[in-house]
Ligand binder design. Structure first.
Ligand code: ANZ
Ligand code: ZN
Length: 816
């Protein structure tokens, strides 16, 4: 038997494909367009199993579309700014640019050898000035529209590391890295006003629901977190402005027995009396050390402090005390609540801790919360609630109270979102400089568009470690500029943008990656957008996908895009694990992609990843067999050597059984790809290989045209997952490269029809004829056939047909 040298086959075809460049997408092609998008990587190290998996899955779709005759854009680039690269570079004592671009080259070479059908002419790197010039441009356009702004707000601060921390980096009030007690600092930061699009971002999820993974849609809905309720204004004794609260249960207003203001909200500091101020300030000190997760926990004992003031309940005139506590968040709703302890557990815990009154206003039939300490949250009969008493419907209760508040001017119905504005500035080096200059005289001044990009200074040899202030602030030569507006002394903004800004529009840049008059050519974006499929990890379910949707909507409002949603459909792959666990250095269960490729070759690794299971499922490398995949590829490849009929022979006659298998396989493969059941498609190719082998060895023989037809179909189908083997087969079958553009095999529909079945025709219950019909014949067709049959016509003999009972495809009963 011939042996299949996969490494030699790889070396042979790679340069040929390089020359043919078969996947370059032509913007002006008359074919229908498809845009296949996959998430671009961070350039940290070489490609790993995860990259291999996602691109193998993604490539099935892109290559399928080419075979189906579409013009496909399948671009790739690098998300090359950002913390992962910067931290790795600092660790390796290298400049981030050196580290980043070296990794990009490594990954590029690996992607090429891995034979993904990328259009490399569209390659981009978000850290290139040609790219980030337009990120800065977009920032300024957003700012012109009031969608980028600066505000002062509290952020987590580690006094030891001298840096801000994300909420996730604060564990039990301490810095996760050094253990120092974390404090809050007021810092002025840049934000994108994504909240302005909250409602639309939510509404459009309905359209995306059929084609996006359910868990992504749900995650986005929860993140946006829309709730309906009311603002209620409580007059405060001895103060002009009222306290406004946000509540989803205005119908429980009669049960509000105290109010709570977020301890760290400005309002609390304003309200507190001189007498209570020392206690308040001591409490605030403690609160500043807590994380949001701790603060919202229902488990923790409640803490708080009385602010010394009273407010008045607008519906019953009752005087109620105002407290400050950490369980109310400063940046949700209005930062203040009306506490209804009978029907909210946190309020009840607080009331019991500080001896505040509890009043039930909804009788649910459960024991009174005042006695049990368990708040009741269900529906019931309103009690102690003035005009609501006796009502049972919550919606009506809410409506009645809102009407009353609106009539009195003490409140109004409102909608609230959990979504916060997007904090985009970072005090780090390796990112897009914010194109703003701060002038002593003019304040915040935008860098004029024609001066973009504001290039990131190299700062070779500088200390880039995080210090809380961007390292750019210390680059005096770079930072000090003349104000673009008055020419006076000014300083550049020294913060850089979050990497998520870069990745919020890269899919648009791919449409015209070398365009110099704007971030993208509006006409080309019309041609390609939206992306027909977006393949990537579910870890981006919220942030990246929400930000990209936000950018798309703003650009649509700017008149630059016709679509308002960037990604028509989406597929999230599972992850590659080993021995039941995530691969990690400490467990020593990592699998090196490079080693696997060296041992089994690209095709076998790709087939293994695609065949392992449904794309959404995790793949345990301990449960799969790249060696088995390689054996399968060898079997397929051998077919191409055994076929002896000449190319171009029309597949007439021949082994009909094999022809049927081929036709069904090709037909079903299309449906399987379109429904993302790639693993089943591979299984079907395996069956076709076996059927062809059988026909060669013990059936029609190698010269039968049906055998050639089958082998060619195998090559074309295999080109979606095993491009090298497919190409080699194609050549051995006498064709020119490349099989990737050979076109989807034609299927004769007659071959898809099952063998015929026998229908019995009866007259008055007696069999008069038997007909051979297709198994899926319609009742009407069968009736027509039956009545037209000569034997049946003769038996009817001109009598009037009173009734025809048809049970397709088996029986026709004629009553005369
Ligand atoms: C009175 C009330 C009575 C409430 C009741 C609930 C049950 P969602 O649905 O998540 O929007 N709340 C409002 N602002 C808050 C803040 N800044 N921090 C903590 N809690 C806050 O939740 C809205 C409810 O959460 C509001 O309705 C308010 O408590 C509380 F039987 O008001 B409710
Ligand atoms: Zn100025």
């Amino acid at each position: 038997q011939e042996t299949y040298d996969i490494q030699a086959v790889q070396d042979k075809w790679l340069p040929v494909w390089e020359r043919l460049d078969p996947f370059r997408a032509d913007d002006d092609s008359p074919r229908e367009k498809k845009y296949a998008l996959t998430m671009f990587p961070y350039p940290s190290g070489d490609l790993h199993m995860g990259h291999a998996e996602v691109t193998a899955l993604h490539d099935v779709i892109a290559r399928y579309w080419w075979q189906r005759g579409y013009e496909v854009m399948n671009p790739m680039g690098w998300d090359s700014f950002g913390l992962p690269a910067e931290n790795a570079a600092i660790r390796n004592n290298e400049h981030p640019a050196t580290y980043t671009y070296a990794n990009i080259e490594t990954q590029y070479e690996s992607f090429k050898r891995y034979a993904v059908s990328f259009d490399w002419s569209r390659r981009l790197h978000t850290s290139d000035p040609e790219y980030y010039r337009w990120t800065q441009w977009l920032f300024l356009k957003f700012r012109e529209r009031g969608l980028a702004y600066r505000k002062n707000s509290p952020v987590n601060w580690c006094p030891n590391d001298q840096t801000v921390l994300a909420n996730e980096q604060v564990v039990d009030g301490r810095c996760e890295r050094c253990g120092a007690e974390v404090t809050k600092r007021e810092l002025t930061q840049w934000y994108f006003r994504i909240t302005e699009y909250a409602q639309e971002l939510l509404d459009c999820l309905d359209e995306l629901e059929p084609t996006w993974p359910a868990r992504v849609v749900t995650a986005q809905r929860n993140w946006i977190g829309r709730s309906e309720g009311a603002h209620v204004h409580f007059r405060v004794e001895g103060r002009e402005e009222p306290i406004t609260v946000y509540t989803t249960r205005p119908d429980t207003l009669y049960g509000a027995t105290f109010m709570v203001v977020a301890a760290d909200a400005k309002l609390a500091a304003e309200l507190v009396t001189d007498e209570q101020r020392p206690a308040y300030e001591a409490y605030l000190e403690d609160v500043r050390k807590e994380s949001e997760i701790d603060r919202l926990s229902t488990e923790r004992p409640k803490t708080g402090v009385f602010l010394g003031v009273h407010a008045v309940n607008p519906v019953n005139g009752e005087r109620i005390p105002v407290w400050a506590s950490d369980y109310v968040l400063a940046d949700y709703g209005t930062g203040a609540i009306m506490a209804v302890p009978a029907h909210d557990q946190r309020d009840l815990d607080f009331a019991r801790k500080f001896g505040l009154p509890v009043r039930r206003v909804v009788d649910t039939g459960e024991p009174n919360p005042e006695e049990t300490g368990i708040a009741t949250t269900g529906d019931g009969v309103y009690v102690n609630s003035g005009p609501l008493d006796g009502m049972t419907d919550k919606a009506s209760g809410i409506r009645a109270i809102i009407e009353r508040l609106e009539a009195d001017g003490t409140g109004e119905g409102t909608v609230n979102f959990r979504l916060r504005d997007w904090l985009l500035s970072r005090q780090r080096y390796w990112g897009v400089p914010i194109p703003i200059v701060h002038c002593e005289r003019c304040g915040e001044v935008a860098v004029p568009y024609e001066q973009l990009p504001v290039e990131l200074p190299e700062l070779r040899g500088a200390d880039l470690k995080p210090k809380g202030v961007s390292p750019l602030a210390a680059a005096e030569e770079w930072v000090n500029v003349a104000c673009p507006s008055c020419g006076g002394p000014a300083r550049r903004d020294s913060d850089t943008m979050d990497t998520f800004v870069d990745s919020s529009w890269y899919f648009l840049r791919y449409c015209s990656p070398h365009y110099t008059d704007g971030p993208f050519d509006v006409e080309k974006a019309k041609t390609w957008m939206p992306a027909d499929i977006y393949v990537g990890g579910v870890e981006h379910a919220v942030l990246h996908l929400l930000y990209a949707r936000f950018f798309t909507k703003v650009l649509a409002d700017m008149g630059m895009l016709e679509v308002r949603e960037p990604f028509a459909s989406q597929l999230n792959q599972g992850i590659v694990i080993n021995q039941g666990k995530k691969m990690s250095k400490s467990l020593g269960n990592g699998v090196s992609l490079g080693d696997q490729l060296a041992e089994f070759g690209v095709d076998a690794v790709r087939v293994t990843l695609v065949f392992a299971g449904p794309p959404e499922d995790d793949i345990d490398w301990a449960d799969v067999s790249p060696a088995g995949s390689l054996r399968f590829l060898q079997r397929a490849w051998r077919l191409s050597g055994d076929v002896t009929s000449a190319p171009g022979t029309p597949p007439e006659g021949g082994d009909v059984a094999l022809r049927r298998v081929t036709a069904h396989t090709v037909h079903d493969a299309a449906e399987l790809v379109e429904s993302y059941r790639f693993n089943v498609m591979v299984a079907r190719i395996m069956e076709l290989v076996n059927a062809t082998r059988k026909a060669i060895d013990s059936g029609a023989g190698p010269a039968d045209p049906a055998v050639r037809e089958a082998a060619e179909a195998v090559a074309i189908l295999l080109s979606l997952v095993a491009p090298y083997t497919a190409e080699e087969m194609w050549e051995r079958l006498g064709h020119e490269p490349t099989v990737a553009r050979a076109g989807w095999p034609a299927v004769d529909p007659a071959l898809l029809v099952e063998e015929s079945v026998t229908a019995v025709v009866q007259i008055q219950g007696k069999v008069k004829a038997r007909l051979e019909v297709a198994p899926d014949i319609s009742e009407a067709d069968l009736e027509r056939l039956a009545l037209a049959d000569p034997a049946v016509a003769k038996a009817i003999d001109g009598r009037e047909v009173r009734k025809v009972i048809v049970r397709a495809p088996k029986l026709v009963n004629v009553v005369v």
